[in-house]
Design a protein around this ligand. Structure first.
Ligand code: NAD
Ligand code: UDP
Length: 331
């Protein structure tokens, strides 16, 4: 298949480019590089020994997106491009609503015009919000009360409505849990600009000495040890989930949780990282982070049943690969 990957230079996108190229598909990337670098795509070429095409465009620009659809015949689109920092979304709501929902509409409209029927969308566990764990695809959504979370729920709705009006459309709404780790080559990984918001890149930067210590946001949650519980998933497993979703997609709208089904607390992740890499991390307990929920982990049985996909990599590998990337690449 020939696949358009928006946001393909980013963290999850670059690993998905690798998975698709290795499976024999052709890839065209559209990315404005607002949170990534073209060097990541060079690394993708290096890892796979395969070529991919790259357009540096903003995918909210309908005319530019159409230009690409005119030039190439796509079998499907994977739409990663988006802004993803929760705190920033509260400060810049209009930028988030515009970027994340307009890009989805522009791409869906181009798919309709050019007869592209497969659409895979990057959604998030944040659409479940405060629900009972494990989160199941059939639950009523309670998107986290911030613009970022709402853009994901809105984009899901937009795509669901669009698919209902277009016979033959096949849409996968992939709800990611907490992607971490990096490609085992150490060549691509998560390279946030500025101080990281997410736990794993924060941990690797503390381990590297770039940050003084990890602040653990709350130890009084009703969880195993009082710290927040999340479902960490290796980014290469997540990338393979996209491949399975794309290849196995049937007409209609399908929602899939992509996680491991296991919850890990902040303290458990810190201990796993220390053990996997033979390091000690300076930590302190701090106040809860506003908006955080106590627990989030997936029921993954639907993806396993319908896509034949299951996460294979464990916490040790997530910690080792994240640390290897941190020590090596500056991309
Ligand atoms: P990322 O920032 O590394 O990648 C996103 C890419 O999209 C970047 O390369 C950026 O330059 C590009 N981009 C953003 N807006 C664009 C636009 N208008 N036009 C063209 N390119 C644009 O983020 P990621 O972690 O790889 O996340 C990918 C997707 O998965 C996002 O939609 C994100 O919301 C979603 N997601 C991520 C996580 C996570 O924890 N990383 C969890 C759930 C969902
Ligand atoms: N967390 C933390 N310190 C940090 C960053 C995160 O204690 O510097 C905690 C956070 O409160 C949550 C977990 O780590 O319980 C995962 O946070 P992250 O931002 O990575 O993911 P999300 O909360 O979006 O699922």
């Amino acid at each position: 298949m020939n696949i358009l990957i928006t946001g393909g230079a980013g963290f999850i996108g670059s690993h998905t480019c690798v998975a698709l190229l290795e499976a024999g598909h052709s890839v065209v990337v559209a990315d404005n590089l607002c949170n990534s670098s073209a060097a990541a795509l060079e690394r993708v070429r290096q890892i796979t020994g395969k070529e991919l095409l790259f357009y540096q465009i903003d995918v909210t620009a309908a005319a530019l997106v159409e230009g690409i659809f005119k030039k190439h015949r796509f079998d499907g689109v994977i739409h990663f491009a988006g802004l993803k920092a929760v705190g920033e979304s509260v400060e810049q709501p209009l930028e988030y609503y515009y970027n994340n929902t307009v890009s989805t509409m522009v791409l869906a409209a181009a798919c309709r015009k050019y007869g592209v029927k497969r659409f895979v969308f990057s959604s998030s566990a944040t659409v479940y919000g405060e629900n009972e764990v494990p989160f199941v695809e059939t639950m009523a959504l309670r998107p986290a009360a911030n613009p970022y979370g709402r853009t994901k729920a809105m984009s899901e709705q937009i795509l669901s409505d669009a698919a209902r009006a277009e016979p033959g459309w096949a849409v996968a709404l992939l709800r990611y849990f907490n992607p971490v780790g990096a490609h085992e080559s150490g060549l691509i990984g998560e390279a946030p600009t500025g101080v990281p918001n997410n736990l794993m890149p924060y941990i690797t930067q503390v381990a590297r000495g770039k940050l003084a210590k990890l602040r653990i946001f709350g130890d009084d949650y009703p969880t195993i040890d009082g710290t927040g519980v999340r479902d960490y998933i290796h980014v290469c497993d997540l990338a393979e989930g996209h491949l399975r979703a794309l290849e196995g997609l049937r007409p209609g709208v399908h929602r899939y949780n992509l996680g491991t089904g296991r919850g890990t607390s902040v303290l458990q992740l810190v201990k796993a990282f220390e053990k996997a890499n033979g390091l000690k991390l300076p930590c302190e307990i701090a106040a809860r982070r506003p908006g955080d929920i106590a627990e989030s982990y997936a029921d993954v049985s639907k993806a396993e049943r319908e896509l034949g996909w299951k996460a294979r990599r464990d916490l040790v590998q997530m910690c080792r690969d994240a640390w290897r990337f941190e020590q090596g690449a500056e991309i």
